[in-house]
Design a binder for this molecule. Sequence first.
Ligand code: SF4
Ligand code: SF4
Length: 354
Amino acid sequence: MTRSKQFRRKRAALERRLRTWWKVGRGLLSTRHPLLVHLIPMRRCNLSCTYCNEYDDFSAPVPTAEMFRRVDRLAGLGTSVITISGGEPTLHPDLDEIIARIRQHGMIAGLITNGYLLTPERIERLNRAGLEYLQISIDNVTPDEVSKKSLKVLDRKLQWLAEHAEFHVNINSVVGGGIRTPEDALVIARRSLELGLTSSVGIIHDGGGQLRPLGPVEQKVYREIKALQRQGLFRLHGLGFAPRLDHFQEDIANGHPHEWRCRAGARYLYICEDGLVHYCSQQRGYPGIPLEQYTPGDLRREYFTQKGCAPNCTISCVQQIAMVDNWRHPQTLPSPRPQPDHLAQLQTTMREES
Ligand code: SF4
Ligand code: SF4
């Protein structure tokens, strides 16, 4: 790597860290704006993971002018971070322009991709667009019928990212239902750290974002990755300690309900390709209001609304965002959806009655 590239990368890392802490501070001072938004420019995906309910194989990209309107509206609501997701967002022809629009408003720009379309040239274009965070989820070491997001296929892409990216790169591995070899997650985490990238681990949820308890081997793998992760954070930040922001995952890994306040619809928004605001990718339909009609009043209502799915939720990005507010403002408005337990009870009663 050239000296000027090293310098640009260090400067970008410093700026990113300062901007992130500034946004966190602003989030602590005011509860009236979204901290993180997942924005979908493209529902189509070039892969077809069998567990996924977030893609199709036919839909067109959202028109760029419409994406700009949505970014502008989110800036108007005071959003801190927009992460572009999908489907596969790198299929969108004007992804770089959308990222640049986010940055023009002073918001932090992130991207979640399966990584298949990354090349050195594409990574340099993302640098120039102003991307700040990128995440790839890798499911296994070798492709199988469940997922082709595999280390063997993506390793070259990770090497290119390590060499060219001026943005932060995190590799997420997963444990839980459907993944045949839980130990793969450990191999993926080790390889990410070896390349100087950070690594995280997610726990696979069911179709409603709800917990599926881990078996003993999965629990062991999960704990080993967490230990590795702490070493990685230690290296990355040069701290004398590694911060713990994942206590909720301990409960999830142990199969216990977690006590927290989900602020989806207020501090976290999921904007689908049709421009509707949803709680999250797994609770689409609520509140289901078009973004252009979403008001500070809607943000306030959802901030105080309980979410019945919260105790067994595994959606880690929403849980991380909620930590800014978990200590304050109990939620007093009832959940618009029945509690999952009530649903199960209802189904049992219906079965017994039929
Ligand atoms: S790559 Fe991502 S969006 Fe595409 S099918 Fe797999 S999990 Fe779904
Ligand atoms: S608790 Fe919140 S993030 Fe989790 S599934 Fe429910 S609405 Fe989504």
